[in-house]
Write a protein that binds this ligand. Structure first.
Ligand code: 5RP
Length: 233
């Protein structure tokens, strides 16, 4: 409950970064869902923005609460992207993709003039890797890709090298992303060199995108039960 309050406080503080006329990237996950609901209230009060959702789940929520939307194909750049994270390190490097939306999230973040990360304070870590790194892969040949991802973890000095296919808790079927791909969760435990791992993963055939977001965020809003702390690089 207090974690949810912290998420709400982070999302509320991010409203200051949204101004009339902006095109806003709408993140995915429970913290971003709070943001979308708050934006819906502001839109009802007269705020004029258009959102670009980073997942079908966020699209559905934004439509429900009345945030006007644009398709990604209708924009060449966004003013601000506001999204959650699974881990954030002091260099504002992120692990994202716990909700499986990392591909669209990264495309939207990379097209935005500014990325604001909203998270409860437990997401702030000294070293990335305790949270398993999501890697989106093609379904074709995914077991081969899984082995190459393991090799990338080993080659870049990660503490762990287990990699698992993400399945849904209920049916135990592989989770399929909005882009029709699978997600591998790479249990690196400690990522010694995030840049090197990101580069190594990008070179693996079958990897569509990975959840390391490096050089994208300029602002991090860490929510607590009693407020929010704003950090800038
Ligand atoms: C989805 C994400 C989310 O932003 C991340 O998993 C954080 O989620 P939450 O706000 O529910 O803690 O990357 O792909």
């Amino acid at each position: 409950m207090s974690a949810d309050l912290a998420k709400q406080n982070a999302a509320r503080a991010a409203l200051d970064y949204v101004k009339d006329g902006m095109i806003v990237g709408l993140g995915t996950g429970s913290t971003s869902a709070h943001l979308v609901r708050f934006l819906g209230e502001r839109v009802r009060d007269g705020l004029k923005i258009r959102g670009v959702p980073t997942s079908e789940a966020t699209r559905n929520l934004a439509e429900q609460v009345g945030v006007p939307l644009l398709e990604i194909s209708q924009v060449t750049a966004l003013d601000v992207d506001i999204d959650g994270a699974d881990e954030i390190d002091p260099g504002f490097r992120l692990i994202k993709g716990g909700g499986g939306a990392l591909l669209r999230e990264k495309i939207v973040a990379a097209a935005s003039r500014q990325m604001v990360v909203i998270a409860d304070e437990t997401k702030w870590v000294k070293t990335l890797g305790e949270f398993p790194l999501p890697v989106e892969v093609t379904r074709f040949g995914f077991m081969l890709t899984l082995e190459r991802v393991r090799e990338a973890l080993r080659a870049t000095g990660c503490a762990g090298d287990e990699v698992s296919l993400r399945t849904s808790g209920k049916s135990n079927e592989p989770v399929i992303t909005d882009g029709g791909n699978y997600i591998l969760d790479a249990h690196a435990r400690k990522i010694a060199d995030p840049d090197a791992l990101g580069d190594a993963l990008k070179r693996v055939a079958g990897v569509v995108e990975h959840g390391l977001f490096i050089g994208l965020a300029q602002t991090v809003i860490l929510g607590r039960a009693d407020g929010a702390e704003i950090k800038t690089l």
